[in-house]
Design a protein around this ligand. Structure first.
Ligand code: HH2
Length: 274
């Protein structure tokens, strides 16, 4: 039995991003060689990441999926090189998750929130693994084509509540699960900002909330670049700190040292106010 997610990753926790892909939006192609990816992951852990999120499939807007064989070819050697270290596997495929958990991964980060592969819930349940359930409207190939909501926060909240119940019904312990609004996944700039500003409404679901705003394009667009494909680390750190103030628990970040330092400062300040 693992401790509850809150105990394993105290707030604020930082999840470092390790994209083993040729096409991720901010770092595609940088860490394709297993040795380089493993070295990068170890650096992120040394910088203070609580765990590293290893992914072999880009989910950037417009991306196509990859085959099981290709995804395994990308991530398996990296997972082998990280044995014994805290690893999350960023996948929607049950077979990738199964192999990753066998190689020691502790968390499955599924951007489809168990809607992609009907076998995935059972794999997570059998392993007693941690799980991140993320909201996405549509699919990566088309999700940024004019996404619409009546009220983005209440719709994302209802979705996460329903997926949490489905995961628990499939045998996954509720205390192993965290929830994620899915910043940039079928959301325009205003949707992202509203979700972040009203994050306390998602926190009210009672599970730790993970926020992944790091380097995302809405940050570049806020800064006045309407065609930006990514955003600067500084803007992502600001968003992480303000999300922390609104109750966020975990932060998925490329620039780990900057996030860890800023969140430690935010935590020190929060403790004075308490
Ligand atoms: N964002 C990305 C990928 N996985 N998982 C969660 N839980 N939350 C997120 O916000 C999230 C995620 C996209 O970022 P990145 O991995 O840097 O890019 P890509 O999908 O292009 O590899």
């Amino acid at each position: 039995m693992r401790p509850p997610l809150e105990a394993a990753f105290p707030r604020p926790g930082v999840m470092g991003v390790v994209n083993v892909t040729p096409d991720s939006f901010s770092d595609g192609g940088l860490f394709l060689s297993p040795d380089v990816a493993v070295g990068h992951a170890r650096r992120l852990l040394a910088e203070g990441a609580d765990l590293v999120d290893v992914g072999g499939e880009s989910t950037r807007p417009g991306s196509e999926g990859v085959s099981l064989a290709e995804e395994l070819r990308r991530v398996e050697p990296v997972l082998e090189g990280l044995a014994g270290l805290p690893v999350s596997i960023d996948t929607s495929k049950a077979e990738v998750a199964r192999r990753a958990l066998a190689l020691g991964a502790v968390m499955v980060n599924d951007v489809t929130a168990l809607r992609g592969d009907p076998q995935l819930a059972g794999v997570v349940a059998d392993a007693g693994a941690y799980l991140c359930l993320m909201h996405m409207l549509g699919e990566p190939r088309t999700m940024q084509h004019d996404p619409r909501y009546e009220d983005v926060v209440s719709e994302v909240k209802a979705f996460l509540e329903e997926r949490l119940a489905a995961a628990v019904a499939a045998g996954i312990a509720e205390e192993n699960i965290c929830l994620d609004p899915g910043i940039g996944f079928g959301k325009n700039v205003d949707h992202n900002l509203e979700l972040l500003a009203r994050l306390d409404e998602l926190v009210a679901l009672g599970r730790p909330v993970l926020v992944g705003a790091s380097r995302k394009r809405f940050l570049g667009r806020i800064l006045g670049e309407p065609e930006a494909l990514d955003g600067p680390a500084s803007a992502g750190v600001a968003v992480a700190v303000l999300a922390y103030e609104r109750g966020a628990w975990l932060f998925r970040a490329h620039d780990v040292r900057e996030h860890v330092e800023a969140l430690q400062a935010a935590k020190a300040l929060a403790e004075v106010e308490a």
